[in-house]
Write a new protein. Structure first.
Lengths: 330, 326
C-alpha cells in the first residue's frame, strides 16, 4: 500500500495498461501541451516509452470520440478524455448511436472497447457550461457502461477494468477527486463492474451513493454515529451495470434507504435506485426511500447561488433523519 | 486508364449484381415483404464498383443508409446480405441491423450508417488507427452524399485527416438530391469537392457513370494514402434515380425530369454502349452477348439470394439480448 493522489493512481492505471497492451492509446485536447485535464497525462508518453500513443487532438469532440469508435472497431483500445462532462453533448451521436449500438446492430461483428473519461460535478464558479453531472443520461443507453469512482484506489482499479473491458465505457470522475489522496495497493488489481462496495456496515439505514458522494456520506455517518444512528454506506462504483443485489440486501436489512447524488434530482440515477427498491424490497421498507439531488437548475456562477446546488454531508445527514421519521426541512 | 478485359467484365458483373439486387429489393419492398426502410443505389453502381475495385479486403469502407451497392462492391456475401435486409437470422448481422445497418467486417465493410454523416469520424478513426498506431498501409474510405457533406462531422474529419495526413479517402456520391432537397438550394458550393480546398486536400471530380474514371481516381487516391501522403476527395457526379426511400412519392420532382436524368447518367447503358465499340479503356471490345451473359448470371445470383432469404428463419426470440455487451 502507498498513499497516492487520484491523479497519480489513475496515471498508474493508464501507464500499466498501456505497457501491458500496445493497442491502448490516449487522445484528448491539450494532452501533451499541459498534460490534459489537471495535468494528469503529463509524462505518460515517456513513461510507456511510446509518445506516439498519447495524441493531442483538435477541438473537435465529435471526431475525438468518433475516431475512437472507428479505431476501436479496427482493433485498438482508445482512452478518450473530454476534459469536462459538458463537452459530451458535442459527441452525442458518436456515443449513443455509434459506440453504443455498433456491436448489437452488426450482430456481434464489431467490438468497441473504449473509455471516455470525463471530469464532472461542481467545483467552484466554473459556470453552467463547465459544470454538469450527466451520468443518468448514459445509464439509459443500452450498450454503454457507466463507471463513477470514489477514491484513488477505486479509480485505479476501475480504470484498469474499463480499459480491459471490450465495451464502450463512460468514466465520470468528480473534479474534487483529483486532489484526493488515499491508500492504493501496490499489486496489479482490477475492480469488476456491477459489484458495489460496502464502505461502512450499519443497522439503521442504507445510504446508497457513488463518486464524490461516498466521502460525503462517510462524513455524515460519523456525525450520525455520535447520535447513535448506525448508517450503512454502499458505494455503487458502477451505474450500468449496477449491483441491485447488494442494494436490496442492505435495504432488506435496515428497512430504510437514502439515495444521494450531486446530479439534478429529477430523473437522476437515484430515481432508478428508488424505483427498484420500491419494486423489489417494498415489504422491507419502514419509510419511503429518501432521494437527494441538486435542484432543477443549471449551475449558476455566483458562489452563494452555486452553494445552494451542492449536495453535502449535511444533506445526507438530514436525509437520514427524514428516513428515520424525524424532522425534514428540505 | 486502361484495364484488362477481364477486369472490365468484373466491373460489369459487380454493377449488374448491384442493379439486379436493388431492383429485386424494390420489388419485394413494394410487395410488403421487406420491413423498415430501403434506400436504393440504382444509377450509382459505377461509384461503389470503381472505388472498391481499388481496395483490398483489409482496407475499410464506411457506408451510408444507401449502402447495398458499397456492400456488394466490397465483396460481401450476397445471400447473407439479402437475408439481412429481410431481417432473417442468416443475415450478415443476424437480422439485427437490416438495410440501414448492413455490415460485413470480414471484407472490411464497417457498416452502413443510419445517421447521415455518421461515418466520417469512424472512417477517420480507422485511418488513424492504421497509420498512427498499427503503422500499416491500410486505407479507409468513407462514402457520403452531397447532403451529408453539409454536416459538421465532414469538416471535423476532413480537418484532422489533412492535418495528420491520414489515409482517409472521401468519396462524395454527388447524386444531386439530399432526400427531397435539390442540393443547390441548401449547399454553399457548386462542386462539393470545392470544400476540399479548405482542408488542403487534393480533390478530383470523376464522371460517376464511367466506372473506369472512378477506378482511376481511386487507384491514385489509394496510392497517395498508402504512401502516407494523406487524404483525397473524390467527387463522383452521378444521379439518384429512385426516390430517397422505396415508397417515396417524389412529389418534389417530375417523372420526366427523372427519366431524362436517369438515362443521361446510367452507368450500365454507358458501359454497354462504350465497351461494344472501340474505346480507350480496354484493348478490343466486349461483344453484346458477353454482356448479356454477365447480366443474366447476375440476375440468377439475385434470384438465389432471394430464395435463401425467403427460406431462412427470423432470429430466435432470445437473440434480442444477444451481442449487447462482450
Amino acid at each position: 500500500m502507498s498513499i497516492k493522489s487520484y491523479r497519480e493512481a489513475t496515471f498508474d492505471a493508464m501507464k500499466e495498461e498501456m505497457i501491458r497492451d500496445g493497442t491502448v492509446y490516449a487522445i484528448a485536447e491539450d494532452i501533451n501541451g499541459n498534460g490534459g485535464t489537471h495535468g494528469r497525462y503529463t509524462g505518460l508518453g515517456e513513461a510507456i516509452g511510446d509518445p506516439g500513443r498519447v495524441i493531442d487532438a483538435p477541438i473537435s469532440e465529435a471526431i475525438i470520440v468518433g475516431s475512437a469508435v472507428g479505431a476501436a472497431m479496427s482493433g485498438l483500445r482508445p482512452i478518450v478524455d473530454l476534459r469536462f462532462s459538458n463537452c459530451i453533448p458535442c459527441a452525442m451521436d458518436e456515443i449513443v448511436n455509434q459506440a453504443a449500438k455498433s456491436r448489437y446492430m452488426f450482430g456481434g461483428q464489431a467490438k468497441v472497447p473504449m473509455v471516455i473519461r470525463a471530469p464532472d460535478g461542481i467545483l467552484k464558479m466554473q459556470g453552467a457550461h463547465h459544470t454538469d453531472c450527466l451520468e443518468a443520461w448514459f445509464t439509459h443507453v443500452p450498450g454503454l457502461q457507466v463507471v463513477v469512482p470514489s477514491t484513488p484506489a477505486e479509480g485505479k482499479g476501475l480504470l484498469k477494468t474499463a480499459i480491459r473491458n471490450d465495451n464502450p465505457v463512460l468514466f465520470f470522475e468528480h473534479k474534487k477527486l483529483m486532489a484526493m489522496t488515499g491508500e492504493v495497493p501496490e499489486e496489479d488489481y482490477t475492480i469488476p463492474f456491477g459489484k458495489a462496495r460496502v464502505v461502512r456496515e450499519g443497522r439503521d439505514v442504507s445510504v446508497i451513493v457513488y463518486g464524490i458522494m461516498v466521502s460525503r456520506a462517510l462524513e455524515a455517518a460519523e456525525k450520525l454515529a455520535a447520535e447513535g444512528i448506525d448508517a450503512e454506506i454502499i458505494d455503487l462504483r458502477t451505474l450500468s451495470p449496477w449491483d441491485r443485489e447488494a442494494v436490496l440486501a442492505s435495504v432488506k436489512k435496515t428497512g430504510r434507504a437514502v439515495v444521494a447524488h450531486e446530479a439534478v434530482r429529477q430523473s437522476g440515477f437515484g430515481a432508478e435506485i428508488s424505483a427498484t427498491i420500491a419494486e423489489e424490497a417494498f415489504g422491507a421498507l419502514k419509510a419511503p426511500v429518501i432521494r437527494i439531488g441538486a435542484p432543477f437548475v443549471p449551475i449558476p456562477m455566483a458562489p452563494n447561488l452555486e452553494d445552494l446546488c451542492r449536495v453535502l454531508p449535511e444533506n445526507i445527514y438530514e436525509g437520514v433523519h427524514r428516513a428515520l421519521g424525524r424532522q425534514s426541512d428540505r | 486508364m486502361k484495364v484488362s478485359k477481364e477486369q472490365a467484365l468484373k466491373f460489369y458483373e459487380t454493377m449488374c449484381l448491384i442493379r439486379e439486387f436493388e431492383t429485386s429489393v424494390k420489388h419485394d419492398f413494394l410487395n410488403g415483404e421487406i420491413p423498415g426502410f430501403v434506400h436504393l443505389y440504382i444509377g450509382e453502381e459505377a461509384v461503389a464498383t470503381g472505388i472498391c475495385a481499388a481496395l483490398d479486403d483489409t482496407d475499410y469502407i464506411e457506408s451510408t443508409h444507401r449502402g447495398h451497392g458499397h456492400c456488394i462492391a466490397k465483396g460481401a456475401d450476397i445471400d447473407r446480405m439479402m437475408a439481412e435486409i429481410f431481417g432473417k437470422k442468416t443475415g450478415l448481422c443476424k437480422g439485427k441491423g437490416g438495410s440501414m445497418h448492413i455490415a460485413d467486417f470480414s471484407v472490411g465493410m464497417l457498416g452502413a450508417n443510419g445517421v447521415v454523416g455518421g461515418g466520417y469520424n469512424l472512417a477517420a478513426g480507422a485511418a488513424l488507427a492504421n497509420k498512427m498506431i498499427l503503422k500499416n498501409d491500410r486505407v479507409s474510405v468513407v462514402f457520403f452524399g452531397d447532403g451529408a457533406s453539409n454536416r459538421g462531422t465532414f469538416h471535423e474529419a476532413a480537418n484532422v485527416s489533412s492535418a495528420w495526413k491520414l489515409p482517409t479517402i472521401f468519396v462524395n456520391e454527388m447524386n444531386q438530391w439530399a432526400s427531397t432537397t435539390p442540393y443547390e438550394t441548401t449547399t454553399a458550393v457548386k462542386d462539393i469537392s470545392d470544400r476540399a480546398k479548405g482542408y488542403h486536400m487534393p480533390a478530383v471530380i470523376a464522371d460517376g457513370k464511367n466506372v473506369f474514371e472512378v477506378y482511376a481516381a481511386a487507384v491514385e487516391a489509394v496510392e497517395r494514402a498508402r504512401a502516407g501522403e494523406g487524404p483525397t476527395f473524390i467527387e463522383c457526379k452521378t444521379f439518384r434515380v429512385e426516390g430517397h426511400f422505396v415508397g417515396d412519392p417524389e412529389l418534389y420532382r417530375t417523372r420526366e425530369y427523372v427519366k431524362e436524368n436517369a438515362a443521361l447518367n446510367d452507368p450500365l447503358t454507358w458501359f454497354d454502349r462504350t465497351m461494344t465499340r472501340k474505346n480507350g479503356y480496354i484493348d478490343g471490345v466486349i461483344e453484346p452477348q458477353e454482356l448479356e451473359a454477365v447480366r443474366a448470371a447476375a440476375k440468377e445470383k439475385i434470384v438465389k439470394a432471394k430464395e435463401f432469404a425467403m427460406s431462412s428463419e427470423y432470429p430466435d426470440p432470445d437473440q434480442y439480448t444477444a451481442d449487447l455487451y462482450l
